[in-house]
Design a protein around this ligand. Structure first.
Ligand SMILES: NC(=O)C1=CN([C@@H]2O[C@H](COP(=O)(O)OP(=O)(O)OC[C@H]3O[C@@H](n4cnc5c(N)ncnc54)[C@H](O)[C@@H]3O)[C@@H](O)[C@H]2O)C=CC1
Ligand SMILES: O=C([O-])CC(=O)C(=O)O
Length: 340
């Protein structure tokens, strides 16, 4: 495999499922180049796809070798779930059917939830007990909930789902609107489901100008943009990309997956937060056990939900809508997995 680079400590084993697919094609180099676990951390990639895709996966493995990534210690490319999940430290669960034009993400539930039942069982049996998992495959929140249900020996806090793409989309839209750059915008929240009921909440957003941060409400008096335009743009962005590409987002999804795991590994920036879909313990009135996107800070690889943010009537209504959808998905997913 690729040459061994100079690094400290032992390599981490990182599983990427759906490894022959389009998101993985953009994600693998980010992980292998040190963009997620840092420039000092060697990695061993575990790449899982299904048997009929092994030929394609073999081509991906050839390209990985040809990239000569210095931090890449080894590659395990397989269709065998046991080999893929053995002793892993981190998992990107990407492998699942993507939606096509005209579908909602929850339409994938029946097709995909069985994958996450099996992979939850594999995590339980084979992964390190402190494995950290990011579910990307849609419907991501509910797939993560099912995965966790079938992995009872893995802490529920360690199984998360991705709403970072929605966060990145919203930050980019706001930066564009205020004629700045994304690094000058912070504290956007995605509440709820990675679906068109999510609530991109810009009430606490701060914008940096001349080295000082101030509330967006001081800079941007256009409440119409924040309340009426930004929310549907972000809610529908995935569908818009599908309509244009005839394929769902991949480059941006891979970047968001890398951002999520990097911040979980290295921690969040001072005076900022990120959105991660994590298990609810009843915070902000969200029913226990739902995998719900909240604002979180991360320290020592533990996330913590930002407490005590004021919830006004507008926000409460939006949070209730996305909560209701997640409760319905939970019911449907539980019925589907029990009958499988
Ligand atoms: N949470 C998020 O923000 C986003 C989620 N997604 C979702 O990510 C998933 C993957 O998307 P793409 O990479 O574009 O799809 P893709 O179709 O290009 O690749 C999926 C890969 O998963 C493989 N796969 C299917 N069943 C598997 C299993 N049981 N084990 C391992 N691999 C398996 C397929 O063979 C295929 O190679 C989709 O469900 C998509 O909707 C996509 C974009 C953003
Ligand atoms: O929209 C889709 O189906 C893919 C996805 O999750 C996104 O782009 O956010």
């Amino acid at each position: 495999m690729a040459p061994v680079g100079s690094s400290s400590g032992s390599p981490v084993r990182v599983l990427i499922t759906g490894a022959a697919g389009q998101i993985a094609y953009s994600l693998i180099p980010l992980v292998a180049k040190g963009e997620v676990f840092g420039q000092q951390q060697e990695v061993i990639l575990h790449l899982l796809d299904i048997q009929p895709m092994l030929g394609v996966l073999n081509g991906v493995v050839m390209e990985i070798s040809d990239c000569a990534f210095p931090l890449l210690r080894d590659v395990v490319a397989t269709a065998d779930v046991e080999a893929a999940f053995k002793d892993i430290d981190y998992a990107f669960l990407v492998g699942a059917m993507p939606r096509r034009e005209g579908m909602e993400r929850k339409d994938l539930l029946r097709a995909n939830v069985g994958i996450f039942k099996v992979q939850g069982g594999a995590l339980d049996k084979l992964a390190k007990k402190d494995v950290k998992v990011l579910v990307v495959g849609n419907p991501a929140n509910t797939n993560a909930l099912i995965c966790s249900k079938y992995a009872p020996s893995i802490p529920k806090e360690n199984i998360t789902a991705m709403t970072r793409l929605d966060q990145n989309r919203a930050l980019a839209q706001i930066a564009d609107h205020v004629k700045s750059q994304v690094q000058n915008v912070r504290k956007l929240i995605i509440w709820g489901n990675h679906s068109n009921t999510q609530f991109p909440d810009a009430r606490f957003v701060e914008v940096q100008k001349d080295n000082s941060w101030s509330s967006i409400t001081k800079i941007q008096h256009d409440e119409k943009f924040l309340k009426e335009q930004l929310i549907p743009i972000v809610q529908k962005r995935g569908a818009e990309v599908i309509a244009a590409r005839k394929l769902s987002s991949a480059m941006s999804a891979a970047q968001a997956a890398a951002d999520h795991m990097r911040d979980w590994f290295h921690g969040t920036k001072k005076d900022d937060w990120i959105s991660m879909a994590v298990v609810s313990k009843g915070e902000y009135g969200v029913p226990q056990g739902l995998v719900f996107s909240f604002p979180v800070t991360v320290e020592n690889r533990q996330w913590k939900i930002v407490p005590d943010l004021p919830i006004d009537d507008f926000a409460r209504e939006k949070i209730q809508i996305t909560t209701k959808e997640l409760e319905e998905e939970r019911q449907e997913a539980q019925a589907a997995t029990e009958s499988q």
